[in-house]
Write a protein that binds this ligand. Sequence first.
Ligand SMILES: Cc1cc2nc3c(=O)[nH]c(=O)nc-3n(C[C@H](O)[C@H](O)[C@H](O)COP(=O)(O)OP(=O)(O)OC[C@H]3O[C@@H](n4cnc5c(N)ncnc54)[C@H](O)[C@@H]3O)c2cc1C
Length: 663
Amino acid sequence: MERVDHLAHERNKSEFDVDAMKIVWAGSPHAFELSDRISKLVASDPGFRKDNRTMLSRKDLFKNTLRKAAYAWKTIVDLHLSEEEAAKLRFYVDEPAYTDLHWGMFVPAIKGQGTDEQQQKWLPLAYKMQIIGCYAQTELGHGSNVQGLETTATFDPQTDEFIIHSPTLTSSKWWPGGLGKVATHAIAYARLIVGGRDYGVNGFIVQLRSLEDHSPLPGITVGDIGMKFGNGAYNTMDNGVLQFDHVRIPRDQMLMRVSQVTREGKYKQSDVPRQLVYGTMVYVRQTIVADASCALSRAVCIATRYSAVRRQFGSQNGGPETQVIDYKTQQSRLFPLLASAYAFRFIGEWLKWLYTDVTQRLQANDFSTLPEAHACTAGLKSLTTTATADGIEECRKLCGGHGYLCSSGLPELFAVYVPACTYEGDNTVLLLQVARFLMKTVSQLGVKKPVGTIGYMTRVDHLMQCRCGVQRAEDWLNPSALLEAFEARAARMSVACAQNLSNFDNPEEGFAELSADLVEAAVAHCQLIIVSKFIEKLQQEIPGKGVKQQLEVLCNIYTLFLLHKHQGDFLSTGCITPKHASLANDQLRSLYSQVRPNAIALVDAFNYTDHFLGSILGCYDGNVYPKLYEAAWEDPLNDSVVPDGYHQYIRPLLKQQIRTARL
Ligand SMILES: Cc1cc2nc3c(=O)[nH]c(=O)nc-3n(C[C@H](O)[C@H](O)[C@H](O)COP(=O)(O)OP(=O)(O)OC[C@H]3O[C@@H](n4cnc5c(N)ncnc54)[C@H](O)[C@@H]3O)c2cc1C
């Protein structure tokens, strides 16, 4: 049967080269070819068919995940996929699984914190999946406060071993993904005790389960922590609990790149500074920011396509009703999210560059940019994941009632995504770290030159006084005007916090008291980073008819939307006047009209297969209603006309009603 494209008229309206935009979104022609090929491979292979996960019991759900992960591994081996292709395949299989932690945390931790010998020993085993690893840092009693971890690793010089022990209930490891049922090994974080002295928290490679029969090794108590938010969703993952009862491991299983314990029981700090672990953090957080752009773009793709399909009100002379995407309210909620998806994509791309830069500097023993890189990645992780979680929920509402159906794909996307605001650092705790960095920068102005993303502070005197020069709405399209407004806001908020802090005799007391304001200053700084990197991206040559123009529109929407949303900050710091705010809003409205004809093409540029989107509302051809109708009949409740339980629970009630009502 010929496939009818119900969104063809929308696609015909677009004013730019969609294929060229696909390459910009992917990052390069190579990245596009890779994503396109692997996503189609996954979509066309019945082995990767998406199950209706919300309908499965926890056990079946988990078993299915094991099957799919094994099938993915078999495909990778059979097709001799490269490391890059394998990572893409796992990405498009799109199911939270133990492999995420094995590849995403266990392997990078060994690479970042292991010595050369440790890497040579453990990485080949991990690469071939002869061992399966997890990352066991968080405990029942402590997550954010890593220095508060209680698990101990005590060196025994007699046997040249560490004794790993959980001294209390609250020291039980709690949350690590893959730990509950699958992992054979963990990188466990524990307090290093040598000669009775506590040297703080360090990582250790600990075997948990037998490689023969998978049973827990002596001294190991391990299991799953139970059902999590939402049916299906993240419940494919075996987040686990783990207790150690005096478990012995050889000394060389302490990750020793940064600090070592010698055979004689001497603790040694290596030449490599402690900040080296920041390199791994930058890597992991960069992948989280990339995931944010992916999750948000999926939700936006669904909401945009459905908004073009859905019609409500406004029929004239018996004609069709208005497409909901034409309502200004819909546009003012949807298009900033579309612009954010692109903004996060580009900031993710820039973070990839930053990681390479940091790695090269570390290799050359240059640690000067590390604090800035650490603050920047912490803040961007926080900002992008919060905006994405909120954005997915907004997309659900933008789809009206049908957005609440699991077949819209949005409830599951939200449930899977939302813990990103918590794992790899609670978002508020991360912003407080950024705020500390900002306060330190302000206190050292004139002594130490701010670099990189905080470089704007070198012009703090100007930024404290500058006046916005915007006179007409179009003036807000000038990147310099936008940048200066965001820089002035960020600088003024940081300086105000620093001044307020100086009123406290005890700086820590002051920091605690002002923490809510400090978080807002950190948000202003991080938003400036995203805005400035988007503007920088547009200063490059971007091929393809109309592509750059569309990206300029999106960049302006992203920036002016933030200005509108946070106009309280901009006004109270005196960076703009109410007149400027009103002109910015006028300009924003006009930009929405420019996006409208291109909206469908802009989400097509994400190049997501229907398989990956997993949403009837977001399907490429817009044929939503027949698909929704068909899907309803696949629900297990509809497998019989009279439901199970009818004779037990409904019939007796009805009988009673019939008797009393004398029907
Ligand atoms: C789905 C999921 C997967 C995970 N996977 C792993 C894993 O594989 N390995 C692993 O080790 N861990 C994992 N975790 C644990 C995760 O890293 C922690 O939950 C996270 O670091 C937050 O710590 P917490 O739970 O202790 O939160 P808490 O720190 O207890 O946060 C509770 C509240 O207190 C606030 N708060 C805390 N400290 C401060 C402060 N100083 N100032 C102001 N407010 C504060 C927070 O903002 C938050 O609102 C996972 C968690 C989830 C949800």
